[in-house]
Design a protein around this ligand. Structure first.
Ligand code: BGC
Length: 785
């Protein structure tokens, strides 16, 4: 049930009056008794202006059971139907819920809280990851835009929509660095680079939460996840262990979480994995020393789904009692979807194994968070009044299609374009084939929350809308996602409300034959191939990155027709595109584009929008190359291109280096880059150097590209990466136009965590590299004094 978009709450309060700030103060004070016949306990409304005083006062009135109740984050579902949940809430045994996502459903639950002795409001959380009612591109797509305004639009819109449905918190942004595309959740994150992901993390937090304190009625609290290092699970297998040396942790994997915390994220979700032998959920170093002491985080920590109970499976707790003890002492405030705190803490407190202080710390952080969400000022801040409820939660009028289309068009990466196959003409005849050409559900991508499949524009619809009657569009499915029954069963088993991978019953041969007939009659073939969305999801790790055989067979048959073959890829991880690269006329990586995907892809295919996305993650040539991230460490014997067999670090069965490098992406126009000019050749510790380049649009069309700044520390106290992204600028240029781009480099850009984990910039030579991808760069050097 974790993935269900809506819940089925049956109990309703007839007509709920929205609580104004004053009314809620009165309510908390026990003066309004409509929901609180027994209202002798009360927080002092006069203290509401002062968070600490208010929360302290409230805590003084709480019983032990009420405190423990606050630690419980419950999902509505079959074992916890709405009526039961409302009763639990009224009994003071719930701090917050998730997966209940409409005002109408949430109101009776908050009413339950208002019937509880102290009337402490509950909060409503949900996985609003890349959109709410409107679905934006998945994380990898948003990151491909290399445009922080586009990310902000997606996140702000998501927050507005979520808040309008009575939600107070989202379990986002998901900022796990992933260097291993076998991991299914690669799709959810923003790629492999600490700098790019950190910038996206901070922009996301600000856009979700807004600037106001307490958070405004049209925004939601961000819960950055999964803290920490979840993207580094061994072998890319979900939930596996993470073992990592501290320098790699600090330099490469922790920065995005830190950026989100520094941007003010109100909450942190604790990861499911262990880190160097200690599960994150019971990791005192992680949750106390690093997060709270070093980073100064003052917010709420939430466990991941069932993670406290899983401490027994990890083998660090003997039983649930010990699991609860370890988790709360480490600093995991709320337990998601298990009863462990509720069941175990009373005994643990009695026996003294958990101190009152441990409990109070957690409770204080939860109440502080509720205060920051504005819920003590108005428990119905986002739920509103019943007469303001939308008649239809999925009404068209509630969607933000224009924003979704615009962001989606920026999120695609053009990987190949032979003989200027693209853009296509809106004329002649186009054959559209492939299992993803008309699949509504797959447009949404993983973790699409409340997004509704039928409201998405598929590629078929998008192309049809674009060409009208100017061109003929012939559609043939051509293949199933896969013919492997085992895989289909696995994908359909995964908690979905209904089977998502629906097989066409025709034989593979019959489907291919139909597609080939369509291709023969057409001027060009557009093939929408890739992964069903469930293939790149939680618990969807793969051992291969290839397209399923059914789709490869289709593509080979289409290639044999000799017609130009345009691949529109829909997938949630880098794929092995060796065949496609050699054989396709053009390849457009669209990831999963969301509600307006079909229109946005058509915008790109027909050139109404010039593609400008760049890869936020390296595409390896094969699984064997993984990990294949661009910012790898320097070596004593690095591979030398063009010199095989020379005792350097390489694989001998296939070419070395990535298939497509980080930062890569084509446009319908061309760009050239001048050499790099530095403002000076030396830099003082508190000084700066300016690097400038001139970028020119050398083609016939207006277009945007991303100028990327990388730095290499030439000789340091420890082995450092070959290069690291430190800044970037997306530049829009008219045909023939040129522009100077300046980057300011200061000591911050040169700093790293050394062997003693000191954050230092070491004097010496630094090489500045500027490029339109991470591989093809212009360089110049300066010295830090
Ligand atoms: C996932 C989290 C998610 C949670 C609640 C877990 O399985 O790991 O990312 O926020 O479920 O839906």
């Amino acid at each position: 049930m974790k993935y269900s978009a809506t819940s089925s709450v049956v109990a309703r309060t007839p007509h709920h009056q929205r609580f104004t700030a004053l009314a809620s103060v009165l309510l908390i004070a026990g003066l309004l008794t409509s929901f609180a016949p027994d209202a002798q306990a009360q927080a002092n409304p006069a203290l509401l202006k002062d968070k600490a005083a208010f929360v302290n006062d409230l805590m003084k009135q709480m019983t032990l059971d009420e405190k423990i109740g606050q630690l419980r984050l419950v999902s509505i579902g079959p074992e916890m139907p709405a009526k039961k949940l409302a009763d639990e809430i009224a009994a003071g045994r719930v701090g917050g819920t998730f997966n209940s996502v409409t005002r109408k459903d949430n109101r009776p639950l908050q009413d339950g809280a208002m019937r509880s002795r102290l009337k402490i409001p509950i909060f409503f959380a949900y996985d609003v990851i890349h959109g709410h009612r409107t679905t934006f591109p998945i994380g990898l797509g948003l990151a491909s835009a290399w445009d922080l305004d586009a990310v902000a639009t997606a996140m702000r819109t998501s927050a507005n929509e979520a808040a309008a449905d009575g939600l107070d918190m989202t379990f986002a942004p998901m900022v796990d660095i992933s260097r291993d595309p076998r991991w299914g959740r690669t799709s959810e994150g923003f790629g492999e680079d600490p700098y790019l992901v950190s910038r996206i993390a901070e922009v996301s937090v600000r856009a979700l939460q807004g600037e106001q304190k307490p958070i405004a009625a049209d925004r939601v609290m961000a819960s950055v996840k999964h803290f920490a290092l979840y993207g580094a699970v061994e072998g890319g297998r979900d939930y596996n262990v993470v073992n990592m040396d501290p320098m790699r942790m600090y330099n490469d994997y922790l920065p995005p979480y830190r950026a989100a915390v520094d941007a003010g994220a109100g909450a942190v979700m604790v990861a499911l994995n262990s880190i160097n032998g200690t599960p994150a959920t019971s990791n005192t170093w992680l949750l106390q020393d690093l997060l709270r002491k070093d980073w100064g985080f003052k917010g709420l920590t939430v466990s991941d789904h069932g993670a406290i109970t899983e401490l027994v499976n990890h083998g660090v707790a003997h039983d649930e009692t010990e699991a609860a003890q370890l988790a709360i002492k480490a600093g995991t405030d709320m337990s998601m979807a298990d009863q462990v705190y509720l069941g175990q803490l009373p005994g643990l407190l009695k026996s003294g194994k958990v101190a009152q202080q441990d409990l109070d710390n957690a409770v204080r952080e939860i109440l502080d968070a509720k205060y920051d969400m504005g819920l003590f000022h108005d428990p119905y801040l986002r739920i509103g009044r019943a007469d303001g409820d939308p008649a239809e939660v999925n009404a068209e009028s509630r969607l933000h299609r224009a924003a979704a289309r615009q962001v989606a068009a920026q999120s695609m990466v053009l990987l190949e374009n032979r003989n200027a196959t693209l853009p296509l003409k809106k004329a002649g005849s186009i054959a559209l084939v492939g299992p993803l050409a008309d699949s509504h559900i797959d447009m949404l991508g993983s973790w699409s929350g409340a997004g509704v499949d039928k409201q998405t524009i598929t590629l078929k619809q998008g192309l049809q809308d674009a060409v009208g009657d100017k061109a003929k569009l012939v559609y043939a499915r051509g293949a199933n996602i896969t013919d492997d029954k085992h895989i289909v069963d696995y994908l359909n088993f995964m908690n979905w409300d209904a089977p998502e991978v629906v097989q066409d019953k025709r034989s593979p041969q019959a489907m291919i034959a139909e597609a080939v007939r369509a291709a023969r009659k057409a001027d060009v073939v557009v093939a929408a191939v890739g992964e069903s969305r469930g293939m790149s999801h939680e618990s969807s790790s793969r051992t291969q990155l290839t397209l399923p055989d059914s789709q490869v067979a289709l593509l080979k048959a289409l290639k044999a027709t000799g017609k130009p073959l345009v691949l529109v890829l829909m997938n949630g991880r880098p794929l092995d595109l060796n065949w496609a690269r050699e054989n396709a006329s053009a390849i457009l990586e669209t990831w999963y584009t969301g509600t307006e995907g079909g229109h946005a892809i058509a915008d790109i295919l027909f050139g109404d929008v010039n593609p400008s996305g760049k890869l936020p993650i390296t595409f390896p040539r094969s699984v064997g190359q993984i990990p294949s991230y661009y910012n790898h460490a320097r070596l004593g014997r690095p591979f030398t291109e063009g010199k095989p067999g020379n005792y350097t670090s390489q694989y001998y069965e296939e070419p070395n280096g990535p298939l497509y490098p980080f930062g890569y992406g084509l446009s319908y126009t061309g760009f050239s880059l001048s050499g790099v000019t530095l403002s000076q050749s030396t830099m003082k510790a508190d000084g700066k150097v300016e690097a400038s380049v001139t970028v020119k649009n050398t083609g016939q069309r207006d277009g945007a590209t991303v100028v990327q700044l990388y730095i290499r520390d030439v000789a340091a106290s420890v082995v450092r990466p070959v290069k690291e992204l430190k800044d970037f600028r997306k530049v829009m240029l008219k045909a023939g136009e040129q522009q100077e781009v300046r980057f300011v480099i200061d000591a911050k850009a040169l700093k790293f965590y050394n062997a003693r984990l000191e954050h230092v910039a070491e004097p010496g030579e630094f090489q500045v590299q500027v490029g339109l991808d991470s591989k093809d760069v212009k360089a110049a050097s300066f010295t830090l004094e």
